[in-house]
Design a protein around this ligand. Structure first.
Ligand code: GAL
Length: 355
């Protein structure tokens, strides 16, 4: 080998080494800069998940890091399906999971599997049992129940409905930790109110049809003794109202709700639903996106509070009746007035000052 050839071979070897070291670096840096984030939502019975949580989350994540990717799955009200979806995301190498559990207890095994792979989990909107998540983002859910029940009791009192009159309670899914908290908050107000709970039902999967069937049975049983309905969200409120109308009740008693669903807001304007609870989903989803990226970087973000040993952020829910639709939901741009005030609701919008 001549001197020149030796030099050339050496130079080539050095170049190769440098190049592979560089590519190595690039690959490591690439994973850190382009995190894969798994978003798991519970159902499509309630409109918020597809209409608000998912788009707000994705938009914020991409705004904060254009190289981040979202793997998305909706469990369609099936805990087994949610477990499979999470496992598939873990196999695909997600760096963090944002999990709104369909079943708060069953989801503990998702956390166990994620933890074994060193993948942090955000408990999104609903608390996962067992306390293994790295962060919990939600609303003050007991307060949601209090707001609903207080609005109902105040309305009955201001309408002069006498003490001892009857209320039905249509609660949320028995597998949802939030539903338990809404119910607790509601009972705090209803139990000492002087009104009587005629019957109470936990609607499986928050299904409107299940709420409707149960309320139909109660109408047959109690008829005009039903003077108010506590419904834990707009989906089950819709089912309850359908049952009351189908039974031909001349005046539909006040019915509560939650989520400020478009259909719920329109029922409030039309007078068949009394109130809803507006939860600002945008900041909730955006906070989740921000925390997800920090966890993916290996940071340990601190919350404003601690729930069940988990760093947490709890946002504030707001009660909304016809007269406050404009100053809350429309003002925030949650819906444009044009979305709410379609031809059937134009007159009601004018009365309520929605514009
Ligand atoms: C709750 C959630 C509500 C509502 C409900 C039905 O956990 O906080 O906003 O969507 O589930 O899915």
């Amino acid at each position: 080998m001549t001197m020149t050839t030796t030099r050339t071979v050496l130079a080539a070897a050095v170049l190769l080494l440098v190049a592979s070291a560089l590519t190595g670096c690039a690959t490591v840096a690439g994973t850190a800069n382009a995190p894969r984030v798994g978003l798991l939502l519970p159902d499509s019975v309630t409109s918020r998940y597809e209409a608000a949580d998912k788009p707000y989350f994705e938009a914020k994540l991409h705004a904060l890091n254009p190289r981040a990717t979202v793997l998305y799955a909706n469990a369609d009200g099936d805990a087994g399906k949610q477990l499979q979806q999470a496992e598939s995301m873990l196999t695909q190498g997600v760096n963090v999971l944002v999990l709104d559990p369909y079943d708060s207890a069953a989801a503990a095994s998702i956390v166990t599997e994620a933890t074994a792979k060193h993948v942090p989990v955000i408990s999104y909107d609903r608390l996962i049992a067992g306390g293994g998540a790295q962060y919990y983002i939600s609303f003050d859910n007991e307060r949601v129940g209090e707001l609903q029940a207080k609005a109902l009791v105040d309305k009955l009192k201001s309408d002069g409905v006498p003490a001892g009159s009857g209320i039905l309670m249509v609660n949320g899914s028995p597998t949802d930790n939030n539903a338990k908290l809404f119910k607790q908050g509601a009972h705090k107000i209803i139990d000492p109110s002087g009104y009587t709970v005629l019957g109470e039902f936990d609607a499986p999967g928050w299904e409107p049809s299940k709420a409707q069937d149960w309320v139909s049975g109660q109408v047959t049983k109690f008829g005009a003794r039903i003077t108010g309905v506590y419904a834990a969200n707009d989906a089950v409120a819709g089912g309850a109202i359908a049952a009351l109308k189908a039974a031909g009740m001349t005046t539909v008693p006040p019915v509560t709700g939650q989520d400020a669903e478009l259909a719920g807001i329109q029922r409030i304007l039309a007078g068949s639903q009394y109130m809803t609870v507006y939860k600002t989903i945008k900041p909730e989803a955006e906070k989740a996106a921000e925390i997800a990226l920090r966890l993916a970087k290996g940071e340990k973000p601190k919350g404003d509070t601690v729930v069940d040993g988990v760093q947490s952020t709890l946002l504030v829910p707001v009660a909304v009746t016809a007269d406050t639709i404009q100053s809350t939901i429309v003002k925030d741009g949650f819906y444009a007035a044009a979305q709410i005030c379609t031809s059937a609701y134009r007159a009601a919008c004018a009365v309520a000052g929605v514009k």
